[in-house]
Design a protein around this ligand. Sequence first.
Ligand SMILES: Cc1cc2nc3c(=O)[nH]c(=O)nc-3n(C[C@H](O)[C@H](O)[C@H](O)COP(=O)(O)OP(=O)(O)OC[C@H]3O[C@@H](n4cnc5c(N)ncnc54)[C@H](O)[C@@H]3O)c2cc1C
Length: 385
Amino acid sequence: MNYDVIIIGAGPGGIFAAYELLQKKPSLKVAVFEAGHPLNKRLCPIDGEKIKSCIGCKNCSIMSGFGGAGAFSDGKYNITNDFGGTLYQYIGKKKALDLMNYIDKINLSFGGEGTKLYSTAGSRFKTLCIQHDLHLLDASVRHLGTDINYIVLENLYSYLEDKVDFYFNAPVESVKVVDGGYAVVCNQGTYSGKECIISVGRSGSKWMEKVCEELNIPTESNRVDIGVRVELPAAVFAHLTDELYESKIVYRTEKYGDRVRTFCMNPKGAVVNENTNGIITVNGHSYEDPKKQTDNTNFALLVAKHFSEPFKDSNGYGESIARLSNMLGGGVIVQRFGDLIRGQRSTQSRIDEAFITPTLNATPGDLSLVIPYRKSLFVRKRESL
Ligand SMILES: Cc1cc2nc3c(=O)[nH]c(=O)nc-3n(C[C@H](O)[C@H](O)[C@H](O)COP(=O)(O)OP(=O)(O)OC[C@H]3O[C@@H](n4cnc5c(N)ncnc54)[C@H](O)[C@@H]3O)c2cc1C
């Protein structure tokens, strides 16, 4: 066997798995295989001048490489069981919270010291939200910021690089069961390990489905989140973001009873493109450094959808909606809120007339041609926010 443990994927899952294994047993031989680049080579070609929008790189530097999908994210670490994952279903709520606090300590010791921890505890917004039929979820949020998040990742890499064998630009093609462990095949050869951890995130989910099928590992259909990213002048949301930074506010739609939530707020941030296996979608970034901040705040409005029998491919459903937007807009579509409500397509001149300038260069269009009617109903409640 080449290794004691092989880890596939160098996102937070893979990085912290390697870190923890070496804390518990420093003598372990550990390898990490990552489809993307090392952190310092993760460069998106969009420069806002020559290249203004996503050109569909084969290996998206925003989505993959050391640090995973959130490497350039806002670096918000939500310490809560109320949203963001279901780890507590496997290990209980207390243990899940203890683990989140443990990760927080590691982040602080690797460069996050001095960053702010926000909390909804005792916030006056709870009452205000309920008065408007909205519900503010409980959480503490550590905000590292895009810049400090990067530094933490750099420091984690420096700590790990001489203890772990990293294979970059090495998408694993297959995983096979061999005598005494597993063999992984990639463009750099075949390597074996006694144990194998697969932590390939969203960009690797399709591939992982295939591996599970080949290894007879049962899978369950998970939920898919459908939504839009909303951008508004930072001053409009300053009362919320100054106190809470990130607020998860939920409401239930009248007609279908869908739970709609705000997600991933980026005060004074920017909307960015991301490319997952050729499908262009958006996300948000924001910096701690005031010099890099913008005049806008952005956040996502999402509805989760669970499918039951016979349809299982929730990811495929989400992808189809994103594909439709890509088909109509040649990439991401932007629409003024007023235009969406009036049932009118946005045009470049109508975008230019607005009091807010979008931070992302996207195609003006009509989102009602993309988002299913049921899902579009949630956007209206935005007025209450
Ligand atoms: C722009 C953005 C902002 C975000 N902001 C936040 C935030 O502020 N706070 C927060 O909590 N969460 C945030 N998230 C979500 C967070 O990034 C994810 O929850 C987290 O990255 C999941 O970690 P992971 O290790 O499971 O997967 P990922 O981070 O997706 O990492 C998986 C890695 O596996 C690699 N991989 C895939 N297939 C293969 C293969 N076959 N072989 C080898 N390698 C492979 C990928 O290249 C990738 O680097 C954000 C996500 C994005 C995209």
